[in-house]
Write a protein of this length. Structure first.
Length: 212
């Protein structure tokens, strides 16, 4: 028997946020991976607006509901962290429109984008796990590993760029793009930190309710 307070609407909003994030990172990855295809900034902007609307729905629902699946301030924090991921993806898409290909090897960009895609999917799986009453510890741990891999990967890539290229404009564009990609990984890790705290808190509350 599940003794935790229930209001499925909150998890439905959070899950929809994650699905929106996954659609956005797929657009980014597809654009990076295809030399004949540009990143669809219009679609990314549209998805970002969808994310903003989901945040507003969560806030409205909080004002109307006395029952939340976890502390209201944590609902707001997790919802905001997921929206930050979506904002970072949109910004990365914009930055990667600049002539980074002069410096970046396309395979390097694809590798980084796929790590980001996995991280976003781990967020989705983690939210679904918590919604079903399970732990999200494994998903959160994997997101942190991916963040470290992206950070290390981008540092090594930038070092190669600085060694091989002298055009300052191209180097600045490449650095901006690398920072934007790293920002997506960082925001995923921030969301994972909040999600893991939610997962632990719900487990403690479940055990306490069961013992009572």
């Amino acid at each position: 028997m599940n003794l935790l307070p229930k209001d499925p609407a909150f998890f439905e909003y959070l899950q929809e946020q994650c699905r929106t994030i996954c659609r956005a990172i797929s657009i980014l990855t597809e654009g990076v991976g295809s030399p004949a295809k540009r990143i669809d900034i219009e679609q990314l902007s549209s998805l970002e607006l969808t994310g903003d609307e989901l945040v507003r729905r969560v806030n409205r629902h909080l004002n109307e509901s006395f029952i939340t699946p976890f502390e209201p301030e944590t609902v707001v924090a997790l919802c905001g962290a997921l929206d930050d991921v979506l904002d970072a993806i949109e910004e990365a898409g914009f930055r990667l429109q600049f002539p980074t290909g002069i410096c970046f090897n396309r395979d390097d960009l694809i590798s980084a984008a796929r790590r980001l895609q996995e991280g976003c999917d781990q967020l989705r799986q983690g939210i679904e796990a918590v919604a079903c009453g399970f732990s999200a510890a494994a998903e959160c741990m994997r997101i942190r590993v991916l963040e470290e891999e992206v950070d290390l990967f981008l540092r090594e890539t930038l070092l190669r760029i600085f060694d091989l290229h002298t055009n300052p404009v191209s180097i600045i564009c490449a650095k901006d793009a690398a920072d934007a990609v790293e920002e997506v990984a960082d925001r995923c890790a921030d969301a994972a930190d909040i999600l893991e705290n939610v997962s632990r808190s719900r487990k403690r509350r479940s055990l306490k309710a069961g013992a009572g």
